[in-house]
Design a protein around this ligand. Structure first.
Ligand code: ADP
Ligand code: 5GP
Length: 185
């Protein structure tokens, strides 16, 4: 009997609702540990250093990469993002459920380096709805939205590489399904 994988990776195109689903899930199940990534992107209004991301300079990101401190990292739509390795390994060793919310390139790296990982793809109900959500969020200028939609086409095409697909029609339903996959409920 193999146990359920304890490392869950949630990926999906920008704007599909990953952050919304994860926030909803953690409100009711704060014991699910979400890795806080480092990024060179500037904070959006309301985003806090150390909570949503560790906001770092290009030089700091160079160092994190050079020192091998990241479990994986990728450039996404003009910024770099990476998962601090030590915290993830500590939580896994403690037997806690660990969740990474990262892009496709990062998911592929984790699949290679962490055999026990479980890859979950969050898909939009339709392309039109994805465009609506990304635009409606109102956090990015049109040229950045365009770049993220180009990346989204690549990400959607990679869906078959994932172990499971969840369609984000209802935040509540997807959060419940994700918890069940992580064996939390
Ligand atoms: P991501 O983290 O994948 O980039 P967000 O969580 O920021 O996406 O969600 C993008 C936008 O879509 C937000 O405005 C959010 O409120 C909205 N959204 C998320 N999930 C749903 C849903 N199931 N139905 C309708 N709107 C949603
Ligand atoms: P955003 O700028 O919208 O917060 O994130 C953009 C993309 O970067 C999303 O697809 C998000 O999942 C991804 N991302 C966030 N953190 C990481 C990380 O540590 N590594 C990788 N590879 N992608 C990340």
């Amino acid at each position: 009997m193999s146990e359920r994988p304890r490392l869950t990776v949630l990926s999906g195109p920008s704007g599909v609702g990953k952050s919304t689903v994860v926030a909803h899930m953690r409100k009711e199940h704060p014991e699910v540990w979400l890795s806080v990534s480092a990024t060179t992107r500037k904070p959006r209004p309301g985003e806090k250093h150390g909570v949503h991301y560790f906001f770092v300079t290009d030089e700091e990101m160079d160092k994190l990469i050079a020192n091998g401190e990241l479990l994986e990292w990728a450039e996404f739509a003009g910024n770099r993002y990476g998962t601090p390795r030590a915290a993830v390994l500590e939580r896994l060793e403690a037997g806690e459920p660990v969740l990474l919310e990262i892009d496709l390139q990062g998911a592929r790296q984790v699949r290679e380096s962490m055999a026990e990982s479980h890859l979950v793809f969050l898909a939009p109900p339709s392309w039109e709805e994805l465009v609506r959500r990304l635009t409606g969020r109102g956090t990015e200028p049109p040229e950045v939205i365009e770049r993220r939609l180009q990346a989204a086409q690549v990400e959607l095409a990679a869906e078959p590489e994932f172990d499971v697909t969840l369609v984000n029609t209802s935040v509540e339903d997807v959060a419940r399904e994700l918890l069940a996959l992580m064996d939390v409920v």
